[in-house]
Design a protein around this ligand. Structure first.
Ligand code: NAD
Length: 521
């Protein structure tokens, strides 16, 4: 089935009318209240987002609950076929979706088209395969009786032990704004592949592409009620969803403070919960590294997606004897290559911050570093014609987009390890680079954080690479690289970065209940 010709993906985000998607129908919120969204590139109002309430959540959970018996017993091959159609439609409409994603979030159209959209369709294809291939179920067989607690003994029988993974029921999927559509797809694909139904609560800050995804789900033939979307705030829509009695599991990606709150709400109600949270990620650069490669990678790790990636390396530690050289190269390369401006322009490296509020938060940290006496540099090419003004705190005025939320690539040196700037997640284009002397110092500084999401090590000494990667406390560690991806590897964090692992088999594990079946046969 291909109803794609009917899909109406506009070319401008302001034309989108976001509605809740419940039981296959698009509907206004029962409150009839809407919130405004702003285009971050221009600072102009763009579209309206439903301000949904617990009544909408209840309708959505009811739809998911009644769709569960049929969907969970639908043949895996049928589920997989629908997931593959979703993937095909994302690919077909990827260019259009990327434009909307950029206008809503501020990321460049280029990165939305070449990174986010292929990853979105990739998740649906990967979990379509998993739906069919299923799990490596554990099977073992022993002569009975096998344990001292066996109460019944049957002569000549054997005890067969097997595991079975079964769908859990209705899932709540709650997502953040830095990868608006990708974060939804990352959760939705495994969730429905294994036979769950769900209610998605995308962020209220970037709701446009999650809404457009509902058009794709329906065009792909996903049965009514399998995936329901309720748009609105965390307090009005997110909390009632987490607390809803018929929601069995909660998958949340977002900030540490919200994660702690959701963890305690869900845990208190004995729901299964997955928390994927923020980071303050270190990178350690030894003097024997390939310097040019290291600097180029660290620029990407600092500024890709405006620095709005949970894995951005915002604390970079460089061995003292190459420190000055590293910083000089970092400064020169960034000034030359990192152009900030119109996210629709193919020459732009990064665009505006997602919102005025988030821009203010990032600027507050820059001002704090200045007040603390650190050296703060704004790495803007002085001959870039697009930049009209660089304010004292790094806010940029871009020609023709004066109301946009732009911040210069910001390099901070001479800051103390215990500064809030070094300890708290800033989530913007702000990087701190500090020197270290010994391997022990490097590991100690890198691990001196409440977070533990990602980290990197750069050295050509294989033994040291092996030692240090093993000593860094984070869910993912990269050697001589940053954010290389393998969808079959676990993803998640330690401490304030989260409590769980997702992706590949770990997602399948999270979205199912594992039963142990013992049969005397
Ligand atoms: P956030 O915590 O403010 O919001 C995330 C989502 O939670 C939104 O949909 C929001 O409406 C909802 N929410 C807020 N309060 C809620 C409540 N009380 N109950 C239920 N839902 C509630 O995060 P954000 O600002 O949207 O996203 C940025 C954060 O996400 C950063 O910390 C970033 O590092 C993190 N992040 C982590 C990962 C990861 O995989 N670890 C990926 C992307 C982003």
């Amino acid at each position: 089935m291909n109803k794609s010709s009917a899909l109406n993906i506009p070319s401008d985000v302001s034309e989108i009318k976001v509605q809740n998607f419940i039981n296959g129908q698009w509907c206004p919120p029962t409150t009839n209240k809407y919130m405004s969204s702003w285009n971050p590139a221009t600072g102009q109002k763009s579209y309206a987002i439903p301000d949904s309430s617990s009544a909408d959540v209840d309708n959505a959970v009811r739809a998911a609950k009644s769709a569960f018996p049929v969907w969970s017993s639908t043949l895996p091959e049928e589920r997989a076929a629908i997931l593959n159609r979703i993937a095909d439609l994302i690919d077909q409409y990827g260019d259009k979706l990327a434009v909307i994603e950029s206008q809503d979030q501020g990321k460049t159209v280029f990165s939305a088209r070449t990174a986010d959209m292929p990853l979105c369709s990739g998740y649906f294809r990967q979990f379509a395969r998993c739906a069919v291939e299923g799990f490596e179920e554990t099977k073992s067989q022993m002569n009975a009786p096998c344990t001292p607690v066996a109460v019944t003994q049957v002569e000549n029988s054997v005890l067969q032990s097997t595991t079975q993974h079964v769908p859990s029921g209705v899932a709540a999927l709650i997502t953040p704004w830095n990868f608006p559509m990708l974060m939804v797809c990352e959760k939705l694909a495994p969730c429905i592949a294994v036979g769950n139904t769900c209610v998605v609560k995308p962020t209220e800050i970037t709701s446009a592409t999650p809404y457009l995804l509902t058009l794709i789900l329906q065009a792909a033939g996903l049965p009514n009620g399998v995936a329901n979307f309720v748009f609105g705030t965390g307090v009005n829509a997110g909390e009632p969803l987490v607390k809803h009695k018929d929601v069995r599991l909660v998958s949340f990606t977002g900030g540490c403070v919200t994660g702690a709150k959701i963890g305690s709400m869900a845990g208190g109600l004995l729901k299964r919960v997955s928390l994927e949270l923020g980071g303050k990620n270190p990178s350690v650069v030894f003097n024997d590294c390939n310097l040019e490669h290291a600097v180029a990678t660290h620029i990407r790790a600092a500024f890709q997606n405006q620095g709005e990636i949970c894995l951005c390396a915002s604390r970079q530690y460089v061995q003292r004897d190459i420190y000055d050289k590293f910083v000089k190269m970092f400064r020169e390369m960034t000034t030359k290559e990192v152009r900030v401006g119109n996210p629709g322009d193919s020459k732009t490296y990064y665009g505006p911050m997602v919102s005025q509020q988030h821009m203010e938060k990032v600027l507050t940290y820059i001002r704090l570093a200045q007040q603390e006496g650190a050296k703060v540099e704004f790495l803007v090419n002085p001959s870039d014609p697009a930049v009209k003004n660089v304010a004292n705190d790094g806010r940029l005025t871009i020609s023709g987009m004066e109301g946009g939320y732009y911040i210069a690539p910001t390099l901070i040196t001479g800051i103390k390890q215990n500064s809030r700037v070094m300890q708290e997640e800033i989530f913007g284009p702000v990087v701190c680079i500090l020197p270290f002397d010994t391997e022990e110092d490097a590991v100690m500084l890198a691990n001196d954080t409440q977070y533990g999401l990602g980290s990197s090590v750069f050295t050509q000494d294989k033994a040291r690479l092996d030692r240090v990667t093993k000593q860094l406390n984070s869910g993912s560690v990269w050697g001589n690289s940053w954010m290389n991806w393998d969808d079959n590897m676990p993803f998640g964090g330690l401490g304030c970065s989260g409590t769980s692992r997702e992706h590949g088999p770990w997602s399948l594990e999270f979205y199912t209940e594992t039963k142990a079946i013992y049969s005397l046969v």
